[in-house]
Design a protein around this ligand. Structure first.
Ligand code: F0G
Length: 359
């Protein structure tokens, strides 16, 4: 039978039963691309793989969690779902709520979400409310609303979201026939690092993999509460998806880091943009800036000879590294345009054009 989404594929590992109506857009099953250029890291044999989550139906990894969260909400006869979002959660919630014939309300920080994501939430028919505040303010409002009113929270505070998102770790292990040695990932509200760690641990427990990866998470320099060990009141970064100052899954992210022997570090906006451009220009993959934080982190550690110092684990000559690319570049075309030289305008004249091409 053809592929039918993450619930059908991994139903034994998910909180669903025959009674659960499956709301799916055939999310998941995303490519694990061997990165040719990034794998040529000096000083160590490495294989770098890119988990291309931008190829999910709404263009981000959120769809894995949303299929489970919205299916469970439907099973529980919820009439409406609500989330706070830096853009991708709202786009995904709006799409899945549309399929489920449910009302969807999204609270977004005014002026701080990429245009593509806003377009998605609107066109899927969500009620979009822009809040004069940041993501953390939106999440606090949503927490209070869902405590008192009959509307289901679909942020990653909802455990069904984490359950769905852990399937990405299963896919990586299924493709590699083992876990990678390192797992690099951007960290915002910290749900995804929590989900991957849960997925790897579950696969280890049932014997599908023999070892666990070191979890390496990266926050943006101006929005790095976990690294700085304190809430950031006014987070700042051009990677708007991870512009978060008080992550909901803070403790779980620290647990993933500490239990795996990994790290959570920060990368500057400049490092994020360099990685963003490198991915597009050398690997052929267009991501949104927040997604490039995982690769920016990889390049930062490589520059500091981190991998040279690492002993080869599991008696292997080559280290296997997976970087998660969380969202598609088309979500934020304005950032791409702002990051690169604009096209030259020439007259419609053959000679001039040929000269410009350099032929
Ligand atoms: N990358 C992208 C593209 C994201 O949209 C997010 C989070 C992250 C990384 C970080 O993942 O929050 O699980 O640590 N976006 C959320 C949203 C906050 O509202 O769309 P996280």
């Amino acid at each position: 039978m053809s592929y039918q989404g993450v619930i059908k594929r991994y139903r034994w590992y998910l909180p669903v039963s025959e009674k659960t109506p499956i709301i799916t857009l055939q999310e998941g099953n995303t490519p694990l691309v061997l990165a040719q250029s990034l794998s040529k890291m000096p000083g160590k044999n490495v294989e770098v793989y890119l988990k291309y989550e931008g190829l999910n139906p709404s263009g981000s990894f959120k769809d894995r969690g949303m299929t489970v969260a919205v299916s469970k909400a439907k099973e529980e006869r919820a009439q409406a779902v609500i989330c706070a979002s830096t853009g991708n959660t709202s786009a995904s919630a709006a799409a899945y709520a549309a399929v489920a014939l449910m009302k969807c309300v999204v609270l977004i920080p005014k002026g701080s979400i990429a245009l593509g994501k806003l377009a998605q939430a609107l066109i899927h028919g969500a009620q979009v409310i822009a809040i004069d505040g940041n993501f953390d303010d939106c999440l606090e409002l949503v927490r209070q609303i869902t405590k008192e009113y009959p509307i289901t929270l679909v942020n990653s505070l909802n455990p069904n979201r984490i359950e769905g998102q852990k399937t990405a770790a299963f896919e990586i292990c299924d493709v590699l026939a083992e876990a990678p040695d390192y797992h690099f990932i951007p960290v915002g509200n910290a749900g995804n690092i929590t989900a991957y760690w849960k997925g790897y641990q579950e696969y280890k427990k049932i014997g599908r993999i023999k070892h666990l990866p070191k979890m390496c998470g990266f926050q943006a320099e101006g929005a790095a509460p976990i690294v700085r060990k304190q809430v950031v009141k006014d987070p700042q970064t051009l990677a708007t998806a991870i512009k978060i100052g008080n992550p909901a899954s803070w403790k779980a992210a620290e647990a993933a880091r500490d239990e795996s022997g990994g790290l959570i570090d920060l990368v500057s906006d400049q490092e994020i943009i360099s990685a963003y451009k490198l991915l597009a220009a050398q690997e052929g993959i267009f991501v949104e800036p927040a997604s490039a934080a995982s690769v920016a982190g990889l390049l930062k550690l490589a520059k500091n000879n981190y991998f040279c110092k690492q002993k080869t684990i599991n008696n292997k000559q080559t280290l296997r590294i997976v970087c998660v690319l969380t969202g598609h570049g088309l979500k934020d075309p304005e950032r791409a345009i702002a990051s690169i030289e604009q096209p030259k305008v020439l007259p419609a004249n053959l000679k001039t054009v040929i000269k410009e091409i350099g032929l």
